[in-house]
Design a protein around this ligand. Structure first.
Ligand code: GLU
Length: 322
């Protein structure tokens, strides 16, 4: 049975959207009789906090979601990521990149940049799902001469390391989004502070942990071709994917803390306990009637025969400020 997983970044308390995605990931795995693994994605040392990781796990437990085996932290796996990066370097697939974020943004929005026609990004011809490759790299440092590299080194700016996309395209059948296809840009695998990048770590971890199906928020749908590309280059088995539509606030923007009572703690403070939140999430997924009492185990049975909504769940002001 392919294992499932949930991989929160401990940078803030889980909100109702994150919890809903966790519930769906849990249901996908449990309904297939599979294990659920939890991985803490704490590579960003400036933002990740152990106390938040603890609360995230408590919130999952509070909803009644369990998992198998030890919780893995990415910060304990740095050597493994370094090995994978070394493999790609050894294979001649990487190059140093000296660009700042601002330079990339400016190059990407220039008249001949990837946002305009045949650059490294997506175009309207890219397939049935209209989506942009978030932050596609325009290729500025791809073919620097030795002298140009030396000049940038001398300026003292530490480089990030990118792996070449080489125009690769990857498509896959997503459990929720259907067929999705996209081009791969030259993505960062090691940040300029020497930290392995998320895109690299997630691919290595899912393969090493034997994850068979990755169920996560659909903000990562457009990055998945990158993950398939990296898995191919590293000789790793790629998982199946399911990207869950995000939860939106009343203004149609991605749900955020400022929107109101969005965390379990916020809702508890307004008299809505975790069992009721589970009911709200189940209702949003078409798995329960509004106000019904539900148990995770009952939801597993219902989940098997239910088609999940493919649209985002838009929360109303009444839900957010009960
Ligand atoms: N750590 C990511 C997040 O919390 C999720 C990554 C993934 O599921 O692949 O947004």
């Amino acid at each position: 049975m392919p294992d499932g997983r949930f991989a929160p970044s401990p940078t803030g308390d889980l909100h109702i959207g994150n919890l809903r995605t966790a519930l769906v990931a849990w249901l996908c795995a449990r309904s297939a009789g599979s294990r659920v693994l939890v991985r803490i994605e704490d590579l960003d040392r400036n933002a990740a906090r152990p106390d938040i990781a603890r609360r995230q796990l408590d919130d999952l437990t509070g909803l009644g979601l369990d998992w198998d085996g030890p919780v893995v932290a990415q910060s304990d796996r740095l050597d493994r990521y370094r090995d994978a990066i070394g493999q790609l370097e050894h294979d001649g697939l990487t190059y140093p990149c000296y660009c700042s974020r601002r330079e990339i943004r400016e190059a990407a929005s220039a008249p001949n940049g990837p946002g305009h026609g045949r650059g490294g990004g997506r175009s309207s011809e890219d397939g049935p799902t209209p989506a942009r490759l978030d932050g596609a790299y325009p290729g500025t440092c791809r073919n620097l001469t030795r002298a140009q590299r030396a000049e940038r080194e001398a300026a003292g700016r530490p480089p990030a390391l990118r792996v070449r996309g080489a125009g690769a395209r990857f498509g896959f059948e997503d459990r929720f989004a259907g067929w999705f296809e996209g081009e791969v840009d030259d993505l960062v695998i090691r940040r300029n502070d020497a930290t392995p990048a998320y895109h690299l770590a997630v691919v290595v971890d899912d393969a090493d942990q034997g994850v068979g199906e990755v169920v996560r928020g659909d903000d990562l749908l457009t990055s998945t071709p990158r993950h398939l590309h990296l898995a191919r280059l590293l000789g790793l088995t790629a998982p199946e994917y399911g990207h869950v539509p995000l939860v939106l606030g009343p203004d149609g923007a991605r749900l955020a803390k400022r929107d109101g009572a969005v965390t379990l703690a916020d809702r508890a403070a307004r008299g809505i306990g975790p069992a009721e939140v589970l009911g709200e999430l189940a209702t949003s997924l078409g798995l329960a009637e509004p106000g019904a009492q539900v148990e995770p185990a009952t939801l597993v049975e219902r989940f098997v025969s239910t088609v999940l909504p493919r649209e985002p769940w838009v929360l109303t002001a009444e839900v957010l400020d009960p």
